[in-house]
Unconditional design. Structure first.
Ligand SMILES: [Zn+2]
Length: 294
């Protein structure tokens, strides 16, 4: 992340404008923007909206920010004093980076501000914010239960296949399993639909029903799609297909997905209309022809 600091000017006034809720790739990109804005710079002022965190304001402002890390959909801003600011954006949280002292035009509530002489990193609307000691991180109620992070280079297909075969997970339906952060960390609603489509599997399938080839294809998609989304600023469709669609007049949101939010539109592979089904309160989008029941 330190390498991005030289590109800071590109990121002033950054905010994640995607219409989807932030998932692992979006949080990782936001963390890089926050790191570019604040890591290694002297903090001029630090503000928490929540009363129970105000006692940390001056202590953290006097300490250096040494890293910004992500754990699935959570972010940790790590300070040299041995404390970290934990945040989880949930549905509504949004990061903005502005020039020093600047504030975006928004009706959202400011929850955390880190100002230095050049810029401000601002977190709006998030309610899940805490200050943790280093020894509290691994046992934090969210972080402590996370499976391997899909964006971590240490997470391999073999590890994913092993978890798909694990008795904790093998009987669960994929529609619910993929967004369970204890299975793997960083997947949310759009990645779930896209992974199931690319794997050719129905959300009702269970890992125990899959043969070797299907397990491998699923494990590959679980790692490849989030990493592609991170690299391409949110595209899980084939990039050349997305580019062609945009050249033909489609918006970015229309072009970036295989199936997500494409209800009634033709499948890019077979032309069958995409359908939307409910899974755990959140919709899954799928092609009834390309994705077979197990
Ligand atoms: Zn299809």
């Amino acid at each position: 992340m330190a390498g991005l600091r030289g590109k800071l000017s590109r990121y002033l006034f950054f905010s994640c404008q995607h219409r989807t809720m932030p998932e692992g790739p979006e949080i990782r990109r936001a963390a890089e923007q926050v790191a570019a804005a604040v890591a290694g710079r002297e903090v001029r002022q630090l503000y928490f909206a929540f009363d129970h965190l105000k006692r940390y304001e001056s202590l953290l402002a006097e300490s250096a920010i040494r890293a910004v890390e992500t754990y699935g959909k959570a972010m940790l801003i790590r300070f040299s004093c041995g404390l970290s600011i934990y945040s989880h954006n949930q549905l509504y949280g949004r990061w903005y980076i502005c020039k020093a002292g600047g504030r975006p035009r928004t009706r959202r509530q400011l929850r955390l501000a880190i100002d230095n002489s050049e810029c401000s990193a601002l977190l709006y609307s998030a309610s899940d914010i805490a200050v943790l000691r280093d020894d509290e991180i691994a046992v934090h109620p969210f972080i402590g239960k996370l499976g391997p992070d899909v964006l971590s280079p240490q997470t391999s297909e073999a590890m994913i296949i092993e978890r798909l075969r694990d008795k904790r997970f093998r009987n669960r339906q994929l529609g619910g399993l993929l967004t369970a952060q204890s299975f793997v960390a960083g997947l949310g609603n759009y990645l779930r639909s896209e992974i199931l489509f690319v794997s050719g599997l129905s959300p009702a399938c269970q890992p125990k029903q899959l043969d070797e080839r299907q397990l491998e294809q699923l494990a590959t998609a679980i790692l490849v799609l989030p990493r592609q989304s991170y690299e391409t600023d949110g595209i899980t469709n084939e990039p050349h297909n997305a580019r062609r669609l945009i050249q033909q007049g489609a918006s970015f949101e229309e072009a970036r997905f295989w199936v997500f939010r494409r209800e009634s539109r033709p499948c890019y592979r077979c032309g069958t209309p995409i359908v939307r089904v409910r899974r755990g309160g959140q919709p899954v989008y799928l092609c009834p022809h390309c994705q077979r029941n197990c």
